[in-house]
Write a protein that binds this ligand. Sequence first.
Ligand code: T1G
Length: 696
Amino acid sequence: MNDKIAYARHGNVAVLRLENPPVNALSHAVRGGLMAGMDRAEADTGVRAVLLVGAGRAFIAGADIKEFGKTPLEPHLPDVCNRIEASPLLVVASMHGVSLGGGLEVALSAHYRIAQPDARLGLPEVHLGLIPGAGGTQRLPRVAGVEAALDMITTGRHVMAPEALAMGVIDQIEAGDPEAIGLAYAKALLYEEAARRPVSEMPAPAPVDWDARYAAVLRKGRGQISPAQAVRAVQASVEMPFDAGLKAERAMFRELMETDQRQGMIHAFFAERAVSNLPGLEGIAPRALTGVGVIGGGTMGAGIATAALLSGLRVCLIERDTAVAEAARGRISANLAGALKRGKISQEQQDAMLDHALVLATDYAALKDADLVIEAVFEEMATKKTVFKQLDKVCKPGAVLATNTSYLDVNEIAAGTSRAGDVIGLHFFSPAHVMKLLEVVVTDQTTPDVVATGFALGKRLGKVAVRAGVCDGFIGNRILNTYRSAADHMVLDGASPFQIDAALADFGFAMGPFAMADLAGLDIAWAMRKRRAPHLDSRARVGKYADRLCEAGHFGQKTGAGFYTYEQGQRVGTPNPDVMSLIEAERAARGITPRDFTDAEITRRYMAAMANEAARVVGEGIARRPLDVDMVLLFGYGFPRFWGGPLKWADLLGLPALLADVERFAQEDVFFWEPAPLLQQLVSEGRNFDDLNKAG
Ligand code: T1G
């Protein structure tokens, strides 16, 4: 035995309690302890049953992800599961908290399963680029049937105990101390002389149309391979004897373990947790957060207010007059109704938020007690400065004053107040109560405890908060502008917007840049181009065809036509036949002879531009670490999660190859393709972006 598994005996039941905080991950030591524990129980005279239970807040959260990529050490988890199942003793698992991945696989290797009412079960391996690798694809279909197993395994979704009971995955639900109710259940089974019930001996489940399922899951995965592989593993549970099915599952698991997608998704898993643990904030206490103020009740302001209400905060929303304030209440009410419909809140909670937690006002004096105020007024510097002057006057000392601007200079806004240290940017993404990304924009003056407060608010709102420095577009929009320009240049040189969108959909994006522009509204990018035009470097190449579309009133989905035309209420459009004539006219006016692009070249250029600009953003300190950029692109811009983010993608490609691409493209346009100094430095030092992440 070892210190990861505590052995105890209660009459004729031996208890193996997993003690591997924080979530009882199945590390090498835990696996060895379980094997030794089973040996000890079987050698312990008089013991007739074994109870498996987890200490702390979870049964078992799965295999130890920190061990992935290292040489797997025996005992391997499938062997531990088979050892448990083959025991001559009656094995019971008592589940609480989460039982995920290998955790559920261990429970399925027991003969009976009891769970707490709020226990959560799942096989989320596809979120790590894998499939269950310890019998989950073979045992789950036997207890729950193929349909339920395919749903759980290909989506990786968590299932609550009542649903798991209905599926046949667990046998009983009982509230109480997991060890106590597990013991009582084991003794009751012994009293009833219940037989051992190895899942592997249950009949193979009924087949389905495997090829159709495989094709459907592959399509839905948009380039991610493990969910479709899971279909083949479940197919093996039907078509092969159990042991052969296990071997087939293990072979597929090991194959996926070697893929870039597994590296990308594990990177995303740990980066999502690391990004809000900002180096330098250790020990810095955030300021109090009980009531927030929101200035402006338009789409963004109402979304921010909704997010705050949903997290239990009181909200005082300021609008210029009562009628506009009521319109804001209407938007918030509609947002909350959506949350109600999705089962996120109850009717009582919605009523309490609207009737008590939300206060509407037209006088800034109502903000005198607010701990933090976020302005979401018109994106115009003078307007913002006026708002901050009023906030400076009415807000209590120590209140945090935040702007939701998406590109204006937060240093300049802060300089207009008497308390620059209390000013911060909190850049939400629309819809603010749904999108998980929050850029916490830190000025030269923002004090560390105000930064900590920004992150505390992000955590409270369930956001992925990322620290950003001040520049035009901060992290996400600045990089977006660059890779959108790369797409623009390819259109001018011969590619069509539709080919570019299709190529990037194949790469894994939910939408290509032109379809995304139609969704966001072409007028937004148009306004940005007009704003930037006076400051634009004369060497910059900017297409005019999108301006022509806007001048004709085509703003994308909101007007029914943009790069694509949209039938009434349709969100997927068809290529707009007028677009190519606009592009061809512009190429002719510029004297460009269009050339062909392959999908591969389109993707390489698009990604090279993105990664090169991301390297600049990290090199300039606008992003603290490469993983910060990865999380911004994942949670704010639909970057494919299985690549881990643009800088993880760059590491997987290899930085020398990326730099070679950038240098080759620079021969055509040295202004746009100037290699980022950080990229050059890392290549010369033989390092990569992950080395910087590890350095913190
Ligand atoms: N391995 C190692 N560390 C883990 C872990 C795991 N499986 N799960 C969580 N942690 C760490 C996490 O990094 C963090 O560490 C701390 O625990 C708290 O996590 C063979 C191959 C369990 C729902 O995919 O979904 O089994 O930052 O901040 O929000 O078929 O963590 O404190 O140092 O997320 O309460 C399958 C992944 C693995 C579950 C808890 N299992 N984990 O969420 O806290 S593959 C999973 C989660 C597998 C087998 C296959 C969540 C959670 P630190 P947290 P949380």
